[in-house]
Design a protein around this ligand. Structure first.
Ligand code: ACO
Length: 324
């Protein structure tokens, strides 16, 4: 079994409120809160790239766990907004940490990337390929946002969260995992241009095809269904019942999706962690930020069963059951 031995996160200081957005597009604070639960989000500065957010989250996490860079033997970054198509964002983070020659690679699994990363890390650690892994989920979505599209620009924020993972020496750690994907629905949530399918051109820039495109209400239906499925299946695999769960930590995309997932697992609202009101949808960063906040607030007690659950572009979805 693997366990989390450090947590941490970084969110930029600059806050964009719903009132600010009212001045930018045809929207209202009331619409955004009612439909999404979001009150404000953090925005990176012009000169920051995703690896800068990841690097700060990584440094804080290592410090929180009393680790030095030399204690880490692999860096995994989950992101859909890499600094560059290549090298990987993980390699930029490796450079920033001066983690000489430590292996580093990215995982691209939309908002599910952090849980995909935990599952990959489990396989590597239990097979003796890595000993202590720094897993970072970082996203700078506001640089791929179309600020004229009110249906998406109100949703996203920038942040990075991280954990250190290693083999557990006691009964705490990752009890089960469930992961799936369905590429046939990829076009419902996509950044169309800039890759080999549609290389960058003056036309793709003019058409804003380097921005995130999403059929929100379609994504919504799938997210509710798949997050419910993942939660139920991961619990079944762990041999646990809904009553055993102390915290559901869902990916924070929309409070209505979060509430629907809680209902699907029959959990009361007080067992469902929600912080979307402060950060918006920060994709892969939402679960590690939630873990850190719960831990810092003393709300995670030894033995607590934590159910982490996510859905994102791909489509991808996954859940992890964890004993704290
Ligand atoms: N302000 C005011 N009105 C708006 C806004 C806005 N910001 N955005 C859309 N509207 C309007 C629409 O134009 C539409 O108007 P119409 O009825 O006159 O046509 C109306 O509101 C309803 O639009 P819907 O898109 O049907 O609204 P919905 O209730 O579905 O909420 C939302 C939209 C918030 C995007 C929701 O669908 C959602 O959260 N979807 C899932 C997002 C998600 O989970 N993404 C996955 C992870 S993200 C990742 O992987 C990076």
């Amino acid at each position: 079994m693997i366990k989390i031995t450090a947590t941490g996160f970084y969110a930029p200081d600059k806050i964009l409120t719903n009132a600010d957005l009212e001045k930018m597009v045809d929207t209202t604070d009331e619409w955004i809160i009612t439909r999404t639960g979001i009150k404000e989000r953090r925005i990176a500065s012009e000169d920051q790239a995703t690896s800068d957010l990841c690097l700060e989250a990584a440094r804080r996490t290592l410090q929180n766990g009393n680790f030095e860079t030399k204690d880490i033997d692999l860096i995994i970054v989950a992101t859909s907004t890499p600094d560059t198509l290549f090298p990987s964002t993980a390699c930029w983070v490796q450079q920033g940490l001066e983690a000489d020659h430590v292996a580093a690679f990215d995982i691209s699994a939309g908002c599910t990337g952090f849980l995909y990363g935990m599952i990959v890390a489990e396989g590597l650690i239990l097979n003796g390929i890595a000993r202590r892994i720094l897993l970072v989920g970082g996203e700078l979505l506001t640089k791929i946002t179309n600020w004229q599209d009110r249906s998406t620009c109100v949703l996203f924020g920038d942040a990075a969260g991280a954990v250190v993972l290693e083999e557990s020496k006691d009964d705490s750690g990752m009890l089960s995992q469930y992961w799936r994907a369905d590429g046939s629905l990829g076009n419902l949530l996509i950044l169309p241009a800039g890759g080999t399918r549609m290389p960058a051109s003056a036309q793709t820039v003019a058409d804003k095809l380097h921005c995130l495109h999403m059929k929100g209400n379609e994504v919504f239906k799938h997210a509710v269904k798949r997050m419910g499925e993942a939660a139920v299946e991961a619990l079944r695999k762990a041999g646990l019942k809904k009553e055993d769960v102390r915290w559901l930590i869902p990916h924070q995309a929309n409070t209505r999706i979060i509430e629907a997932t809680g209902k699907r697992v029959h959990l009361p609202p007080e067992k469902v962690y929600v912080n979307i009101q402060r950060y918006g949808n920060v994709s892969v960063a939402s679960i590690p930020i939630s873990l850190h906040e719960l831990r810092e607030d003393g709300k995670l007690k030894k033995g607590d069963i934590v159910l982490m659950d996510a859905f994102g572009a791909g489509f991808t979805w996954a859940a992890v059951v964890y004993r704290w």
